[in-house]
Design a binder for this molecule. Structure first.
Ligand code: AHR
Length: 496
């Protein structure tokens, strides 16, 4: 049973809402995420709906995907939306300058993306082009999409088959403008942000939520300058934090690793907390009421590309370790739900910490996908504060907490709890006191495996998936859970 730890779930307290938007996703024109991933085209032999793979539509609906960010990433700041509307055969071919200089056909454009979001029931989140675009281009995109009246742009939309405008709430004003989005200083970006935001208007009852570009990781100066100069003009502020535990120039492999690599990746994923707090340090003084939402619109693991795939395609396997990174990170978002209102895992299909991998007609759901599926019980639920007793996972001279817990309720008499055991080798026995409630029934599922790098393949897509779990039980109204090493458990408690 390993070490023991006691936790208290404050069943009658209100820790605020866990927005379902913390469970958002991101699809960029990069490698095989959009083309040959999500989008195969209507003429493909692969079953599709309006060009989008039906197996992917079904998988994303099953996890109740709340929002989808598009078209980048770095791609966004060199994307010109007019290239992606109108008859497909007339759309210009462009070079994707950021990702391998591949030829971008523009077959997947504004209509294809927004129709996909409608099909999925997901809110679209557009990243606008500030780097190589103009305020007019971005303001026109908003009009084309959202205006219901008689204007040239609204009529152009109609001529392309869409009579009614779409609703568009989330609008990113640039992406990583300190880097691939224009290599700007924060002073310059803050001024540009104000200029662009001013021209992006609300039309026909649509209300934009404008998101300013935030830092990579822990960049205090970017946070301070952009917040001081532009906080009044923004509704959201973005943050990117990737887990590498390695230099950018020499990333780690996604599989075939030892315990050092397991520990290091999990340890670095916990730095998300620091990145959030650094952003908050700049936000709180100018926005003490937390009007501005922090949007972690890129997060996840970043490894070396799989052998035989181009480095710029960012195609990597996804293992049990990634599943734990997802669990730990989602718990950090829950904890910070007063400020963090949305997040987007990078990326949805075939890129970085993907939910789904494809190979021609084959597809595999990754361990990360299964975490997003198990954790959907927390969508829009009320967070219940949890005190977690101290129990460490020690590796050589370092340590991280072995146990991470989050609890929520959305239905009277039911509490959902997710638990992560980061320890590579040891079980931990966790007991929960429900402080104000008594449990009478428990059901649970587990995601775990023998090997640290357990993963799904196209030949064995169901190798790692959640199973029924018999290690959770009720003892005198409290709950005991025997957490296997390297595991994620989700339990549903029915109360007395
Ligand atoms: O997600 C891959 C890339 O990572 C994005 O294009 C960019 O915003 C970030 O650097």
């Amino acid at each position: 049973r390993g070490e023991q730890v006691a936790c208290t779930i404050h069943a009658t307290e209100d820790g605020g809402k866990i927005s379902r938007h913390l469970y958002g996703h991101f699809a960029e024109h990069l490698g095989r995420c959009v083309y040959d991933g999500i989008w195969v085209g209507e003429d493909s032999d692969i079953p599709n709906k309006n060009g989008v793979r039906t197996d992917i539509i079904d998988a994303l609906k099953a996890i109740k995907i709340p929002n989808l960010r598009w078209p980048g990433g770095c791609f966004a700041d060199d994307y010109h939306w007019r290239d992606g509307i109108g008859p497909v055969e007339e759309r210009p071919k462009r070079i994707n300058i950021h990702w391998g200089q591949e030829v971008e056909t523009n077959a997947f454009g504004t209509h294809e993306f927004l129709n996909l979001c409608e099909e999925l029931g997901a809110e679209p989140y557009l990243a606008g082009n500030v780097g190589s675009g103009t305020p007019q281009e971005l303001r026109d995109w908003v009009e084309y999409i959202t205006y219901d009246g008689d204007s040239e742009l609204a009529n152009l939309r109609r001529s392309h088959g869409r009579e009614k405008p779409w609703k568009l709430k989330y609008l990113g004003v640039g992406n990583e403008n300190w880097g691939c989005g224009g290599d700007m200083r924060p002073e310059y970006y803050a001024d540009l942000y104000r200029r662009y935001a001013m021209f992006c208007r609300d039309f026909s009852g649509n209300e934009l939520y404008r998101v300013a570009c935030g830092p990579s990781g822990f960049d205090k100066n970017w946070n301070q300058v952009v917040m001081q100069r532009a906080h009044r003009q923004m509704q959201g502020y973005s943050l990117h934090y990737y887990t590498l535990a390695a230099p950018w120039s020499d990333k780690r492999p996604a599989t075939g690793f030892d315990e050092e690599a397991w520990f290091s990746i999990l340890r670095d994923s916990l730095q998300m907390r620091r990145a959030i707090h650094e952003a908050e340090d700049a936000m709180d003084p100018v926005d003490p009421d937390k009007r501005i939402g922090l949007i972690v619109d890129e997060w996840g693991t970043w490894y070396r590309g799989e052998p035989g795939t181009p480095g710029y395609a960012l195609y990597q396997q996804n293992t049990l370790r990634d599943a734990l990174v997802a669990g730990l990170t989602l718990h950090i978002f829950h904890e910070n739900n007063e400020r963090v209102v949305m997040a987007n895992l990078a990326q949805t299909v075939n890129v970085l910490q993907a939910l789904i991998l494809t190979d021609g007609p084959k597809m595999a759901l990754t361990p990360t996908y299964h975490v997003l599926d198990l954790f959907k019980v927390h969508h829009d639920a009320k967070r219940l504060p949890v005190d977690v007793g101290a129990v460490d996972y020690k590796y050589r001279d370092q340590k991280i907490p072995a146990i991470s817990v989050s609890a929520s309720t959305k239905e009277a008499g039911v509490i959902d709890v997710s638990i992560v055991n980061t320890h590579a080798r040891e079980a931990v026995s966790v007991s929960f006191d429900l402080d104000g409630a008594t449990a009478k029934e428990v059901t649970s599922k587990v995601l775990n495996a023998e090997e640290l790098d357990a993963h799904n393949t196209f030949d064995e897509p169901g190798r790692l998936q959640p199973k029924a779990f018999d290690g959770a039980r009720i003892v005198d109204g409290d709950v005991k859970v025997d957490m296997p090493p390297r595991s994620i458990v989700v339990i549903a408690l029915r109360l007395d």
